[in-house]
Design a protein around this ligand. Structure first.
Ligand code: AMP
Ligand code: ZN
Length: 456
């Protein structure tokens, strides 16, 4: 497989030891509902993992959950996003983290995103981060000032290789007069925090919390060691977060730790930035409320290469929804038809599919191969089977229509509520829920095991 490496700015052949790809993905900061831009980043991760698997690689993947240490600004200023959310919602930051982590996991599952093998929470790896900083300190890469322990970028020779930043031309990020930092690009490894901070830990340097960048370096090392094949994340992380991760990793190990960096471009709305203040920041639930399914949005993501901005509009979402419906119908027309396709024809489609996904994850082209195959070949079950195989990457539930009698989540929730009411001997409530279920077109039968639901 060839992938574009943001570090060398070239497409390169992926090489990995024992055919196992060690992959690290920057995960969410769990202080608010994930938006559809965030989900683009994880759909990309998922397509990459599934394409690698299709091509015969095994994967050892890690994704962090940032539940501490991500400040409002990437450059160590402002408050911790978790503490702000805790104040906003009058909750403990750990409750905030739990709630929004669950929201994130729910969205990934609705989008058919397979989570990496290891999901690592920052708050559960503080010891590893402290050990990492100690090693950097031993090697002379750190210094301490009033508000924390900092990484000294001028001591690390390779700083700026990912972003192209030059230490001698600091431009707008000139150091402000009151700062004790040695260079504007220096960044916090450990921040001292005031007494009223809820998330804080003891360390050899004083009570505080870790910087955001150290989290990914320390957890990457713990699960993947000091040689990582691919590191993914959104394009916004390239200039600061990932540049700093490289500095930490490579300074500590004295060699390049991450071989390939892959960055997904942003999702935009109506051709511009998506933001809360513009009122155009959407979550997956917002799309569902408008009648779309999560997989309509996933389909839309397959149409744009990950290194191009994806322009989200409701018109394009509507056309994705209708395209997905036609695609599923077309797939089902092939299902069960007598096998007619020649071996070499099937092979040629699979070769085209593999060539597309192996060329820096050209998913739009691979989707085109699927459409071409379904449309131009005679109805035949072997085409159906190959389409299903391709769907191990696309994950669009292409057989969906066959599950017509699947019980919707809403009905299952009601049935569970009714079960609880019955257990509490609240028969009035249980009857009320039964009526509600039947008004929605389903009947419920009580069985020894619990209940059985049928479509009327
Ligand atoms: P955060 O929780 O802010 O760290 O973001 C989680 C992931 O979503 C990161 O990989 C970001 O780079 C990515 N991301 C944030 N906004 C967008 C967007 N509009 N389009 C694509 N990816 C995004
Ligand atoms: Zn990260």
């Amino acid at each position: 497989m060839k992938i574009y490496n943001s570090l060398t700015r070239k497409k390169e052949e992926l090489s990995s030891k024992d055919n196992t790809v060690k992959m690290y993905t920057c995960g969410p900061t769990v202080y608010y509902f994930p938006h559809i831009g965030n989900m683009r980043a994880y759909i990309f991760m998922d397509l990459l993992r599934k394409s690698l698997k299709y091509c015969g690689y095994k994967i050892e993947g890690v994704m962090n959950i940032t539940d501490v240490g991500h400040l409002v600004s990437d450059s160590d200023e402002g408050e911790d996003k978790m503490e702000i959310a805790a104040k906003r919602e009058n909750k403990d930051p750990y409750e905030i983290a739990k709630f929004y982590t669950d929201c994130f996991i729910k969205d990934t599952s609705r989008l058919n995103i397979e989570l990496p093998e290891h999901i690592a929470k920052a708050t559960e790896h503080i010891g590893e981060m402290i050990d990492f900083i100690k090693k950097l300190e031993e090697k002379g890469y750190t210094y301490i000032i009033d508000d924390g322990v900092y990484f000294d970028v001028q001591k690390f020779k390779g700083y700026g290789q990912l972003s192209g930043k030059d230490l001698s031309t600091v431009g707008e990020s000139r150091i402000d007069e009151n700062s004790q930092k040695h260079h504007p690009f220096d960044f916090a490894l450990w921040k001292f925090v005031p007494e009223n901070h809820i998330m804080k830990w003891n360390s050899p340097w004083g009570v505080g919390c870790p910087g955001w960048h150290i989290e990914c370096s320390a957890m990457g090392e713990k699960y993947l060691g000091n040689s990582i094949d691919i590191h993914t994340g959104g394009i916004d992380h390239k200039p600061i977060h990932h540049e700093n991760e490289i500095a930490q990793n490579d300074a500590k190990e004295g060699k390049r730790v991450v071989k390939n960096w892959m960055h997904v471009e942003f999702l935009q709305v109506d051709g511009g930035k998506m933001s809360k203040s513009l009122g155009n920041l959407y979550t997956l639930d917002d799309l569902i409320k408008k009648g779309y399914s999560p997989l309509d949005f996933r389909y839309m993501n397959l149409l744009t290469h990950y290194r191009k901005a994806l322009n989200f509009t409701f018109e394009s979402l509507a056309s994705s929804a209708s395209a997905l419906k036609s695609l599923r119908n077309l797939v089902l027309e092939h299902k069960g038809a007598p096998n007619k396709t020649k071996e070499e024809v099937l092979k040629s489609y699979e070769d085209q599919f593999v060539a597309a996904i192996s060329d820096d994850l050209n998913i739009p082209l691979a989707l085109g191969v699927l459409w071409k195959m379904l449309k131009s070949e005679e109805k035949s079950n072997d085409i159906f089977l190959l389409a299903k195989k391709f769907d191990s990457v696309f994950s669009l539930d292409l057989e969906k229509e066959t599950k017509a009698d699947e019980i919707p989540e809403e009905i299952l929730n009601l049935a569970n509520q009714r079960k609880i009411a019955r257990e509490n001997k609240d028969y009035a409530k249980s009857d009320e829920i039964r009526n509600l279920i039947s008004s929605k077109g389903y009947t419920i039968l009580d069985t020894k095991e619990g209940f059985e639901i049928k479509k009327i």
